[in-house]
Write a protein of this length. Structure first.
Length: 304
């Protein structure tokens, strides 16, 4: 492993550690059905607005050049994934599920990110890789069904939101990482946040809390705005660009564990054996998938 790849892995680890607090902090900010705090829409849009304001200042201070014409489409796709899709879907879901529960769903994200990265970088994962991806996804869905609390094989709507959020994050991570190879990693997330302002600003104003909100909820909102939505991506996109999306995405293996550990003291949640067992099983499939070969697609080969 080269020095650049090692640096990418360490930066990826820093980003994942920051992201691991996102679900517990979001749960703290939105509250519960019995004691609601902020709405999911405000958490998603308000944090994007605050991070966009910081981004505009950063772009100005660093004299960032305007993105090239070819970069606006990928930037919009990145914004759709990590500025709009993932924050909105997780914020809506977290009022109805505990952070420990949601952390298991996050366990499928490393394989999803690796799959998107392989597609964007014209790589050809092996059959074993896709088998591990399918098994990991099946474990996540099985856990959600087990804990849905509904009769029959029916997912809780919050679980569907979380699975959608994972898809959005994988696309946003993969496209943003590719952009970070020709733009500064810090500028990628900053431009994505700025171009999302026409959507996030009106949504934040319309959904702003009118009733009193606890100090803890505001503190959690501040964390997801400044760290989860902004600074975490500085390290994450730089790490993906330096170490490679397929390789560095596997650092997310530890994110479910970190999320669970953070949820216990922050929210007083319980970590039971079934949840831990499913998390270990999902992480095992991701680790196995990481060891499966991923071949470069020959130049000029058609994409199927």
């Amino acid at each position: 492993m080269t020095a650049q790849e090692k640096r990418g892995l360490w930066l990826g680890l820093l980003g994942v550690t920051i992201f691991a607090l996102t679900l517990p902090m979001t749960r703290l900010a939105v509250g519960t059905p019995e004691a609601p705090q902020m709405s999911g829409l405000f958490i998603a849009s308000g944090r994007a607005v605050l991070a966009a304001a910081l981004s505009a200042l950063f772009l100005w201070a660093t004299r960032a050049p305007w993105p090239a014409r070819r970069d606006w489409g990928p930037l919009a796709l990145t914004a759709g994934g990590v500025v709009v899709g993932f924050p909105l879907l997780t914020s809506l879901a977290m009022r109805h599920v505990e952070a420990v529960h949601a952390s298991v769903i996050v366990g499928v994200l490393p394989l999803a990110t690796a799959a998107v990265g392989a597609l964007l970088h014209r790589q050809r994962p092996s059959v074993g890789f896709w088998a591990c991806a399918a098994l990991g996804s099946a474990l996540v869905v099985g856990f959600a069904l087990l804990r849905s609390g509904q009769s029959g094989l029916a997912l809780h709507p919050a679980d569907l939101l979380l699975l959608g959020a994972m898809a959005c994050a994988a696309v946003g991570y993969g496209v943003g990482a590719r952009l970070s190879q020709r733009l500064r990693a810090e500028h990628v997330i900053c431009w994505a946040l700025v171009i999302a302002l026409p959507l996030s600003l009106p949504a934040a104003w319309w959904s702003r809390p009118l009733a009193p909100v606890s100090t803890a909820a505001w503190g959690a909102f501040g964390y997801v705005a400044v760290f989860s939505m902004w600074l975490g991506f500085f390290a994450w996109y730089r790490g993906l660009a330096l170490g490679g999306t397929v390789r560095v995405s596997q650092v997310q293996l530890i994110q479910p564990f970190l999320g669970m550990l953070f949820a216990v003291p922050l929210l007083g949640e319980q970590l039971d054996a079934v949840t831990l067992g499913f998390a270990l099983a999902v992480i095992t499939t991701v680790f196995a998938g990481r060891r499966m070969p991923v071949h470069a697609r020959p130049a000029g080969a058609a994409t199927r």
